[in-house]
Design a protein around this ligand. Structure first.
Ligand SMILES: [Zn+2]
Ligand SMILES: [Zn+2]
Length: 274
C-alpha cells in the first residue's frame, strides 16, 4: 500500500542520514546498549525473528526472550505443576507429552488452538508492562516477533485481530496494546488485520481480585462478533493469557458470528491460573 511504501522510503532516508552522522550502530531494543550484530547464517535461522532488523536484540537479551518450551497443558498453555516446581531448566530436560490441566479436563476451552511465546515473568513481563502502562510502542515489533515465533505451530489463518478494548477505555489509554501487537504481526506476516470483526460492548468491572468463576460471569456477553467473521479462520491476539476467561468469551462471540476457526495467540502465559 501507499502508507507502507512511504514508510519504507522514510526509513531508508533516515538510515542513510544516520549512517552519514555515525548513528547507525545497532542498539538492543530491550537494554538499549549498542552491539555488533552477528553475521547471518543458515544455522541462525531460528533466531532471525528475534534478531531481525525490526527488533534487534543483543545476545544477552535474546536469551532473556527465549520461548518457554517446558511441559504445559496443550489447551490453555498452563505449565504443569512439576515444571513450575522444578523451574524451566528441569522442564527442558524432561519432555512431557503435555496432559491437560484440571480446569481444561473439567471444561474444554472454546478455542481451536492456543500458542504463547513465554511465561509472564522476567524480561518478557517487563517488556509487556512497559508497552501497556508506559506506552513504549517501540517494543511492539519485538513482542510481535515473539508472537511470530509462537505462531509457527498454528495453521495459517485468513485474518488476524486483537482482543478489543471497551471504547471508553481505549480513549482513556489512547491505544490498545493487543492491537499494537496484532499490527506488528501483520507487518511481519502480511496477514490481513481485521479489527472490525470483534467489538467489546460491555466494559466489565476490573478483573483483578475476582475469583475465576466471577471473572467468567463478568465477561460473558462482553463481546460481539461481526457477521463478516462468518466462515473465517482467525488468530485472536492478546498480550497475556491469565485465566483465559476473557479470551474464552471473545472466542465464543466470534464463533457465534460464524467464524470457522479461532486460535488464540499471546506473548505470555501466567504460570498459574490466577
Ligand atoms: Zn540487550
Ligand atoms: Zn489447561
Amino acid at each position: 500500500s501507499d502508507t507502507r511504501r512511504t514508510r519504507a522510503v522514510t526509513f531508508g532516508l533516515l538510515r542513510r542520514w544516520g549512517h552519514i552522522l555515525g548513528l547507525s550502530q545497532t542498539r538492543c531494543v530491550h537494554c538499549l546498549r549498542p552491539f555488533l550484530p552477528a553475521a547471518r547464517s543458515c544455522d541462525a535461522a531460528a533466531d532471525n525473528d528475534l534478531a531481525g532488523a525490526a527488533a534487534p536484540l543483543c545476545p544477552e537479551c535474546r536469551a532473556l526472550f527465549a520461548p518457554y518450551r517446558g511441559p504445559r497443558c496443550p489447551r490453555c498453555g498452563l505449565p504443569t505443576a512439576e515444571a513450575r516446581a522444578s523451574g524451566q531448566e528441569a522442564a527442558f530436560s524432561r519432555p512431557d507429552p503435555g496432559s491437560r490441566c484440571g480446569r481444561c479436563l473439567n471444561e474444554d476451552p472454546p478455542w481451536d488452538g492456543l500458542a504463547c511465546h513465554g511465561l509472564y515473568c522476567g524480561a518478557l513481563r517487563d517488556a509487556l508492562l512497559r508497552l501497556k502502562f508506559d506506552g513504549e510502542l517501540s517494543l511492539a515489533p519485538l513482542l510481535g516477533a515473539c508472537l511470530l515465533e509462537a505462531s509457527r505451530c498454528l495453521p495459517r489463518p485468513d485474518a488476524l485481530l486483537a482482543m478489543p478494548q471497551y471504547p471508553a477505555h481505549l480513549r482513556r489509554r489512547g491505544f490498545n496494546q493487543a492491537h499494537e501487537l496484532a499490527k506488528a504481526l501483520h507487518w511481519l506476516t502480511g496477514l490481513p488485520l481485521r479489527p472490525e470483526l470483534l467489538r467489546r460492548v460491555r466494559p466489565g468491572p476490573p478483573q483483578a481480585g475476582l475469583s475465576a468463576a466471577l471473572r467468567r460471569r463478568n465477561v460473558r456477553d462482553s463481546f460481539q462478533g461481526a457477521r463478516q467473521a462468518s466462515g473465517l479462520r482467525l488468530w485472536l491476539i492478546d498480550d497475556v493469557v491469565t485465566t483465559g476467561s476473557t479470551l474464552a468469551a471473545a472466542c465464543l462471540a466470534l464463533r457465534a458470528a460464524g467464524a470457522r476457526e479461532v486460535r488464540a495467540l499471546a506473548v505470555a502465559r501466567t504460570p498459574k491460573h490466577d
